[in-house]
Design a binder for this molecule. Sequence first.
Ligand code: G1P
Length: 288
Amino acid sequence: MIKQAVIPAAGLGTRFLPVTKIVPKELLPIMAKPALQYIVEELVQSGIEEIILVLSPEKESIFHYFSEGGFIDQILDERGHQEKLFDLRSLLKQVHFKRVYQHNPLGLGHAVLCAKREICTDHFAVVLPDDIVFSTTPCMKQLISAFTTKAQSILGLEKVADEHISSYGVIGTSEKPAASEPFLINQVVEKPKKEEAPSNYAIIGRYILSKEIFDFIPEKMQMLHKEIQLTDAIAKLVSQNKVSGYLFEGKRVDVGQPIGFTKANIICSLEQSDNSHEITSFIREMGL
Ligand code: G1P
């Protein structure tokens, strides 16, 4: 079963400057909760028991956030206000965190390779914190249940419009993709021009990967390449017919963009019954 998940979180977060000069983008809040906590909650609800955070040394605060026993914990205990951190503490009891370092941001493939020595199962999850999925069944849980029917690497997919296709890894298939059913992939291309894209099915930041992937990720950057891409390594597994695609159910928000944070905040504030009425009347008042 899938019990380990790798979260690459060593990026510089330049789209979020100036705030990311000091605060990692993964800790920026959606309502009062860091974006990354939504991802961790999804993983815990999907049965993941160990999370390997790939960090840069400057982003240690992410690991500290997901550790118990800090200054605030102590003060709250002393003042008898443990309930204020109740949800986070119960979350931390359900999952174990490890950290590894990616000292140079050499790409997603390289980030995953940094976690290699911590992976002790045949298949593991990779989750990109830029993609938050609001769904009835947690997105990773959907992939894991697809994995139980077809025990091979699986990529979470979403159909995207032509104008956005060049921002994603894109798959090709000879099958007719149906929602919530894994199907065989016969091609993957990283960020193709729309004329060259094999389909409109984009890879979203949810993967179940076979440990074999590590055989295909180069340790050093090759000449002419700007990054060590995960998609290039996945292409090698695809060429051996070892990868499925899966169209998940749910609304994905790209919190890798500042506008995505606004969208995620709107979704969460409307979903939380205490606030939804106030937000809808505020939007009406603004004449929107
Ligand atoms: C990465 C992957 C890409 C994938 C995307 C999903 O790209 O390389 O294949 O489609 O995440 O969010 P990035 O957005 O990091 O450039």
